[in-house]
Design a binder for this molecule. Sequence first.
Ligand code: PMV
Length: 324
Amino acid sequence: MQPEFTAIAHPNIAFIKYWGNRDDVLRLPLNGSISMNLSGMESTTTVQFGAELKQDSFELNGETQSGSSLQRVSQFLDHVRRLANSNQYARVSSSNNFPTGAGIASSASAFAALALAASKAAGLDLSQKDLSRLARLGSGSACRSIPDGFVEWLPGEDDASSYAVSIAPKDYWNLVDAVAVISQEHKPVGSSTGHKLAQTSPLNAQRVQDAPDRLKHCREALLGRDFARFAEVVELDSHYMHAVMRTSNPPLVYWEPATEVLLWQVWQWRKQGHAVCATVDAGPNVHVLALADELEWLRKALLELPGVKNVLVGAPADGARLAD
Ligand code: PMV
């Protein structure tokens, strides 16, 4: 057996969302996106290749995987084998310390950690850019979990030019993400299927066309640490993505009634002067982005709202790294 490598990566929350691909196989996005890595939540993945292995194997949170879950990992390992010019199978074992598949982007941290662990285990020493490109092939948003802190995915035109870069280190701005968990169930329509539906929405072309304006607005608000401007564009962008989802054919509705109540409540808090705003991914859970000094009351207040089962808190975090 070859030496094993273990990598750790965090999920990320997008301020400006990625939804829809120009190329579904290469996961080239229709628009750029901006996100922050989330501390506290992480995927830890160990990979070992070996000439004696008869097939790839994948264990997630202690359970042996088969079917589509194993197939997705195995297809990803094919990219690593291609880069390393290897034909060896691998043993992959991974664990998440947060709920899988419930709008907390477990695929982002999973494929970012897998990209780093598998490339090292295959003897590759990829640059951060090439690691981000590789992670993108597993799950688009995973390319954003490779660089540190606050990150922008440059959409690019082809495989070589579509990757993520850090736009500010993790300590640049005291933001937190208080994730109000409404459901821990696996989402009914995964994002890989969802991306394909984006183009069926009559709103999609407009959303993509003015994405560069929102990216600029968000980048400036973030770099200027201007929460009011930031909140405005973050909520606009989230609503815009969910409008595209809801007007797709067939429609994709990820929200639950409690999602709507939470969004309304966050909006009231902001009107009262609190530095809070909300964004929702492909699931019902509400990510409440806030300045860190709002966290104490915010966490308690979220837990008192109907339908909120739990609150997970993430602060800006580094990108993917090898475990000690
Ligand atoms: O990387 P994927 O295919 O899981 O897509 C992520 C899509 C959203 O989470 C809804 C938005 C985003 O930019 O993270």
